[in-house]
Write a protein that binds this ligand. Structure first.
Ligand SMILES: *Cc1c(COP(=O)(O)O)cnc(C)c1O
Length: 380
């Protein structure tokens, strides 16, 4: 047994439970929220959903989680077997899976009455008794993915849920399209639309949840939120970067590290990688790193800075599927660490900077970190 995480792959994503817990507490305090629905879809934005659920339930007293799919919900249910730990399914769901949802206490978002009618029939046809299905009614105030657009549509769903034993109302929500950018007018419109709909039906505010990270960070004083529904902030990054900055002391949960597995010298005039786009002007040391775009280090990161021994170095030429070449201002031993994002001595590369460099967003970079990369818990 060799428990060196680099021994097989030469790259690993390190995750910190302390940072995750710190961020959950920090964003709740900032948004003056009493309850947190921790968004851990897409394997907790690449960090590990079961790990994140266990840490947040155990160390931050969080009992509401959200994922995107039934399979993600079942996965998280393995580590949170109790019904009191709610697992919300965000997004449109296939009604044919409604029995599985009820059996496993998964609480789907629901966008129209037809879905509820079909769900009721399927639940009633079940041979074994099922617990009531908790549902979250979606209001489409401008995201355009799902939900009631009119008061009449919301009212029909709401009345139906309240009148059927098969269902239990668990939430009423909307999703903001511009919470993390400068378009305040669109945000204001969505917010007003939501408030008009829920107040017209007199739905208790304890059911409302609207704030994603952008909203919890930048609009926390605009909505009487008891519950926030955030992902990015938990993982310690600002989804609004660079258009909106925040001073909130969030801590990055993940550090992406690889190792130098080869060191060699390029002679003046020699090129590296596909397309031979990088040519050495003079003799120069370089290192080969066993990490490529199939691992989530995108081709658009070619030319990006990496940190080696606290110094800035650079990805030379194109990132390939499984390997890439980095500059070395002096030769280093095999197995020297390379930081792709994270802190190294005085230097730091943030996930926001890396994503911006590669014309991506932090969510996409983190969720794209491949299955070949082991996730390593820094602090147990
Ligand atoms: C992904 C998602 C969130 C979390 O968004 P962040 O910006 O990462 O906080 C919240 N609500 C819904 C409906 C989502 O799809």
């Amino acid at each position: 047994m060799n428990d060196d995480p680099f021994s097989r792959r030469g790259a690993a994503l390190f995750v910190s439970a302390a940072a995750l817990v710190h961020n959950a507490k920090t964003i709740m305090t900032h948004a003056k929220a009493k309850r947190l629905i921790a968004v851990i879809k897409a394997n907790a934005y690449g960090h590990g959903a079961k790990w994140a659920a266990t840490v947040l339930a155990g160390q931050a007293d969080v009992h509401d989680f959200a994922v995107a799919t039934v399979d993600e919900g079942l996965d998280v249910r393995q580590v949170l077997p109790e019904r009191r730990d709610q697992i919300v399914l965000l997004g449109v769901q296939n009604v044919n899976l409604v029995t599985v949802m009820a059996e496993n206490y998964l609480a789907p978002a629901v966008g129209n009455l037809d879905w509820l009618l079909a769900a009721r029939d399927l639940l009633q046809a079940s041979d074994s008794p099922l617990p009531p299905l908790r549902v979250h009614l979606a209001i489409d105030t401008g995201m355009g993915r799902m939900g009631a657009k009119t008061k009449a549509e919301l009212s029909s769903m709401y009345q139906f849920v309240m009148g059927e034993d098969a269902f239990e109302l668990a939430g009423v929500f909307t999703h903001f399209a511009t919470a993390d950018d400068q378009n305040q007018a669109y945000y204001d419109q969505q917010k007003a639309d939501f408030l008009a709909q829920v107040t017209a039906l007199d739905i208790d505010p304890k059911y409302w949840h609207v704030a994603n990270t952008g909203s919890a960070l930048f609009h926390f004083d605009e909505i009487p939120t008891e519950t926030i529904r955030v992902g990015s902030a938990l993982y310690g990054y600002n989804p609004a970067y660079p258009s909106k900055k925040t001073d909130l002391p969030l801590q990055p949960v993940a550090t992406f590290k690889a190792r130098i597995w080869g060191v060699h010298q390029l002679l003046a005039g020699e090129a590296v990688s596909y397309g031979a786009t990088y040519v050495a002007h003079e003799n120069q040391w370089v290192g080969t790193v066993p990490l490529g775009y199939a691992d989530g280090y995108h081709r658009t990161f070619s030319g990006m800075t990496v940190l080696i021994n606290g110094r800035k170095e650079r990805v030379l030429g194109r990132v390939t599927m499984d390997q890439m070449i980095v500059s070395l201002s002096k030769p280093v031993p095999i197995n020297t660490d390379v930081i792709l994002f994270g802190q190294d001595g005085q230097e730091k590369i943030s996930i926001e900077e890396l994503a911006e460099y590669g014309q991506s967003i932090p969510h996409e970079v983190l969720t794209g970190i491949g299955s070949r990369i082991p996730r390593v818990i820094e602090d147990k």
